[in-house]
Design a protein around this ligand. Sequence first.
Ligand SMILES: Cc1ncc(COP(=O)(O)O)c(C=O)c1O
Length: 344
Amino acid sequence: MPLVTRVTDLIGRTPLFELAATSTGTRLLLKLEQFNPTGAAKIRMAREMVLDAERRGLLASGGHIIESTSGNTGLGLAVVAAERGYRFTAVVDHHACKDKLRAMRAMGAELVYVADDGDDNLATSAREDLAEAMAAERPDAYFTEQHNNDANAVGYYAVAEELLEDVERVDILLSSVGTGGSLFGTATRLRQLGRPAHVIGVEPVGSIAFGGEGGPYWQSGTGTPPGATIGTAVDYSQLDEGVKVTDVAAFATARAVAAELGLMIGGSAGGSVHAALTRLEEFPAGSTVVTIVCDGGEKYLDTVFDDAWMAERDLLDPAAETEVRQLLHRYTPASRRTELVEAR
Ligand SMILES: Cc1ncc(COP(=O)(O)O)c(C=O)c1O
């Protein structure tokens, strides 16, 4: 790697990890986006939204970026704002992971909470309304509006390009849908490059993007809570299937992957990995299945990886973890199996 001078030069070229393989040659590969600065995929689109606003004359030098965020978008924007000399205000709620908020502040972001009472409900629509109102009042401000910003998906085009450098083709792209940017941006670029994938979106049970009843959920950074508007970045024209995963299954998977392999993935990635692992044998033999791991598990040490936090919310399910561990054993890729035997 050449010498770099900006943190954003470190974005991308994230590793691809073979998590599982069936006897029929179907493989589950994880695009480990936690290897980006900020430990998340979102910095890709944060940079793209700012560059796009600059190109379109919507952000003047020294201007003010405002965004509603559950954490990772805000972290990405904080880096880009620091580098490019913008003021950045993140509109947040108490549902967000505390460490993400602390890190944003460390990088110079101002935090505005939608509710001061410590209510830890997900407040996506209230956050967005406040961000929009704040931007409307300030002539130098630009609301990046990730849910309805075309640059969000464009920010992930490089994910598709990197995947095709590492593997010949992606047959199935299966990943979580929050704004939709990461899944549909990657899918768009695969299609543009003449290598379209079958696209499966994953959202928490309780999220409303794929229909069904809305309700609360704990998977962070993903899904559309009841009452929130589904933005244009959710590109239904590219969605072949939408599936739902419970918090229990998602978190059991993140915990089992950590315990089995020493790989820390976040709760939303746990949901996607669960959906992929439980269906792996249904996919055509020899399929290459890719899941984008939007962030790492280290951000969830106080939640998903904390037994007391999990138990208080009725999310702890050792039997579900055991089931995932059994799937991981059953689908251990041959190369890893051999290395393990040799090591012993
Ligand atoms: C933790 C987490 N989960 C899921 C997602 C998927 O979100 P989106 O659909 O907005 O790309 C992201 C974004 O990268 C994320 O940070």
